[in-house]
Write a protein that binds this ligand. Sequence first.
Ligand code: CTP
Length: 171
Amino acid sequence: PQYPELPDNALIVLIGASGAGKTTLASTWPASQVLSLDGLRGVISDDPGCQDATGDAADVLKLILERRMARKLNTVIDATNLEQPVRVDLVMAAKRHGMPTIAVIVATPLSLCIARQDGRPDNRRVPEDTVRTQHKAMVHSVQSLRAEGFNETFFVGGLNRLEPYLRRLSE
Ligand code: CTP
């Protein structure tokens, strides 16, 4: 396994702003283990950036996650996961299945998250103010992950592609 510090089968929740590199990190797992909210928006609406499709995509994501966890399979959630109720919902589902829950904070500097929006197609570009708010929410999440029920928290710096290894967050 590429991450010996992680349990073989767990729910892995990526947490980070747009442009942090969640999808890039997620691609280090087998594709079948990754549930991407963007990807499912695309499946449902033909447009991965279609915000109107978020609710439907989240419903589908949860259903697939349930069915995978019933099989005790490792699953990575590629979405911003910046809202506490969203994370708590995921953790509660994993607990019902007796699966360990791992948070991975993609702690890429704000300036880099913003710079990475350049050159994206219009429907995938997130406005700077939104990225700023998301980045604050990422920093804020650090203090509450344990109370939300995550068994362990890791982070990645997100600065470059050659540095995907996970560091354990000491609390
Ligand atoms: N990138 C990079 N090095 C990394 C991570 C990402 O150079 N370690 C680059 C990617 O090539 C991509 C951009 O940063 O062009 C954004 O990465 P992505 O994985 O798409 O970020 P996400 O967090 O998934 O962004 P979003 O939520 O907007 O999809």
